[in-house]
Design a protein around this ligand. Structure first.
Ligand SMILES: [Zn+2]
Length: 482
């Protein structure tokens, strides 16, 4: 495979559709829930029956404005809903309500985080506008027939369009992961690619290094994970470079990502260039926002990932890899902070959150919000390790039981009889017994043979069934050696 990056530069812009987390649809009262039986969540408005009138969902507006603020956009206090006309079986009205020349928000910035790097890359956001989703064509339910499910028709979306500012598949991946994280922190969407609440279309072109004008772009669709976006961009870039290198012209067309074969192929659509005949929707008045309302939303926005990282650096002195892990999602960050504050040693807390906790979440598929060991309980376990009451190995076993029983660390440790013994008189007692059992070694040790320390510590540990604090044993033995 030729590496084209020496000669050509990749240019990527992304269009991301995000479903807003509302209970009802954008322009009617139907439920916006995912997973209901087909066509249950429909009414005259979203079925486009004659005479039905749409009315904007205030919660959808609130979430869209929140998303725009989180992405540092300028909010247009007046925006206009427009009809985007096209025919498709899953679009009952024959048009989609969207926004065109007067979108809700423009000119944002996203600071894309490349994992493990401290510096971020600023990527410009062209616009963020509101629109409604279409329904779904179902091809696999009946033989030789396509069915239509309109549950999703009219569900509120925002479309977030970036400038063509990304120069590699990895940068595009970083943009998407950061975007997802910001929207999750701003609490505006479930951002689940599996459930279709976050969808990505990528525009990609290639040009010789040093050339400033953009090459002809193609649009890659049908991609269902961030890593697939990265792979599809690379594959499409390679295809375009090979064409350019042969002196051919890249055609502007839509490409579909074929995950099974790891390749892109042209969409079998007859018409490529749509004329959507946009015009303002006569059924909906312009959306006019009160500046005070926008201000209130700005102030009510929770801490976003970048601010949280900065605070964690100041308070907890964490490194980039630790920050990436503990701030990955808002609930986890909250959990980590709870452990770090209650326990006091943030590094130790981060180590456990990234190690034992991450492994447990991974293994069980439980979300952190439902994890049975809560932050104060994990902190209590870490306290016991710090205070010499549990060895690291014993703590792991205690944690495994806590996950199942929900009991506290001291209770579980007592039940399992694994509490480490740091009590001097008990350890002295074991040492005395070991001296009697191993007279030769003891005599040589007393005479100054330091290398026998290990043997005696080992014997005490064995006698205590692993519960003696080895540091204490070492210290106490020391005074018998001349
Ligand atoms: Zn409806």
């Amino acid at each position: 495979m030729t590496d084209w990056s020496e000669k050509y530069e990749m240019v990527v812009g992304l269009e991301v559709h995000v479903q807003l987390k509302t209970r009802s649809k954008a322009f009617c009262g139907c439920s916006a829930d995912f997973g209901a039986p087909p066509n249950v969540n429909t009414c005259p408005v979203c079925l486009a029956l004659p005479g039905a009138l749409p009315a904007i969902n205030a919660e959808a507006v609130r979430l869209a404005v929140r998303a725009a603020i989180a992405l540092e956009c300028t909010i247009n206090l007046t925006s206009v809903f427009a009809r985007k006309n096209y025919f498709y079986p899953d679009l009952p009205k024959g048009y989609q309500i969207s926004q065109f020349d007067q979108p809700l928000a423009v000119k944002g910035t996203l600071h894309a985080r490349i994992p493990g790097e401290t510096a971020t890359r600023a990527i410009a956001i062209t616009r963020l506008h509101m629109e409604e989703d279409a329904g779904k064509s179902v091809h696999d339910r009946y033989p030789r027939m396509t069915a239509i499910d309109l549950n999703r028709a009219g569900v509120p979306l925002v479309e977030i369009v970036s400038e063509p500012d990304m120069r590699s598949a990895a940068e595009a991946g970083a943009y998407l992961r950061t975007l997802k994280q910001i929207l999750e922190y701003a609490d505006v969407s479930d951002v689940s690619m599996e459930e279709g609440s976050l969808r990505v279309d990528a525009n990609v072109s290639a040009r010789l290094h040093g050339v400033t004008e953009l090459g002809t772009k193609t649009e890659v669709k049908n991609v269902n994970s961030f890593s697939a976006v990265e792979r599809s961009l690379q594959s499409e870039f390679d295809r375009q470079c090979a064409m350019l290198d042969r002196g051919e012209t890249v055609r502007q067309e839509t490409m579909l990502w074929d995950a099974a074969h790891g390749t892109v192929r042209p969409a079998r659509s007859k018409e490529e260039s749509h004329d959507y005949r946009y015009f303002p929707d006569p059924d909906l008045p312009p959306l006019i926002l009160d500046p005070d309302y926008v201000k209130r939303l700005r102030h009510s926005l929770p801490e976003l990932p970048q601010q949280l990282r900065e605070r964690f650096v100041t308070h907890f002195s964490l490194g980039d890899a630790e920050l990436d892990a503990v701030t990955a999602e808002p609930r986890l960050a909250e959990y980590f902070e709870g452990v770090a504050r209650a326990h006091g040693d943030a590094k130790h807390a981060a180590k456990w959150v990234m190690g034992e906790l991450a492994a447990a979440l991974n293994e069980t598929g439980v979300k952190i919000g439902n994890f049975p060991v809560r932050a104060p309980q994990l902190a209590e376990l870490l306290d016991m390790i710090r205070d010499g009451k549990l060895s690291h190995t014993a703590a792991k076993a205690v944690f495994a039981t806590m996950r199942v029983s929900g009991k506290s660390a001291p209770v579980v440790a007592a039940e399992m009889s694994v509490t480490q013994v740091g009590d001097d008189s008990q350890i002295e007692q074991w040492i005395a017994e070991v001296f009697v059992e191993l007279p030769d070694e003891t005599a040589r040790f007393r005479a100054g043979e330091k290398k026998l320390t290990g043997v005696l510590v080992g014997a005490v540990m064995k006698k205590s069934k692993g519960r003696a604090d080895p540091k204490k044993v070492n210290a106490l033995l020391g005074k018998y050696s001349s």
